[in-house]
Design a protein around this ligand. Structure first.
Ligand code: S6P
Ligand code: ZN
Length: 202
């Protein structure tokens, strides 16, 4: 017999992405130390006690079974580590499913890639809605001066695979060079054994 759960409403503050009654998951630099390209800057910052808050996720979790949806907001702060703009870790879903993101504040780049090596990038601003099809890893990058804020929604049974991205990296990096935002190839993509240093970016 189908088990029905109660409906409910949440209140999102569209000025800052906070959802009342939900404690955010916080990701600081230390949580992304294996994701940023310039490991030397990461190590210098952490060893001198600098551990900025990169982003927060306010998520209304449902039972992780088919039929339910998880939804919430992501608030990605502005900033850079070396030349590379702040970003979310990025992940595949364990059980392939689609996901939507609707952006209502800030400016960014959305990065997608499949395990077969296909990639896609999309510019983000208030009003942009992204559809992430099943099979595509996804990451957002904040290239603006204010928070990049979005609402997401995905299958509650999807699960998250962060390990694949941690091992391979993203195929594309988003950096500021010569006062310009640039999307460049990651020369160490799929080279998790390699010690990254910024001087080696080509
Ligand atoms: C979950 C959905 C978002 C992200 C959030 C942070 O499938 O994509 O809730 O969790 O945007 O990104 P990440 O890569 O750290 O989970
Ligand atoms: Zn996702």
């Amino acid at each position: 017999m189908t088990k029905y759960f109660s409906s409910f409403a949440i209140s999102v503050d569209y000025s800052n992405g906070k959802i009342s009654g939900i404690a955010p998951i916080q990701r600081h630099l230390v949580d992304l130390k294996n994701h940023f390209f310039d490991r030397k800057v990461v190590e210098e910052m952490l060893s001198s006690g600098l551990n900025p808050l990169i982003y927060e996720v306010y998520e209304a979790f449902q039972p992780s079974e088919p039929g339910h949806l998880n939804f919430g907001t992501t608030v990605l702060n502005p900033g850079k580590i070396g030349e590379e703009y702040f970003f979310t870790k990025g992940h595949h879903h364990v059980r392939d499913c689609g996901e939507t993101y609707s952006f209502f504040k800030g400016k960014g780049i959305f990065l997608l890639q499949t395990k077969n090596g296909e990639t896609a990038e999309m510019p983000l601003e208030a009003g942009t809605t992204i559809y992430v099809p099943p099979g595509w890893a996804h990451r957002m990058v904040n290239v603006g001066k204010e928070e990049l804020i979005s609402i997401f929604c995905y299958d509650a049974a999807a699960g998250h695979d962060y390990g694949s991205i941690e091992r391979t990296g993203f195929a594309k990096l988003v950096v500021e060079r010569k006062d310009k935002t640039q999307i460049i190839g990651n020369p160490f993509f799929r080279r998790s054994d390699k010690k990254w240093t910024l001087g080696e970016v080509t």
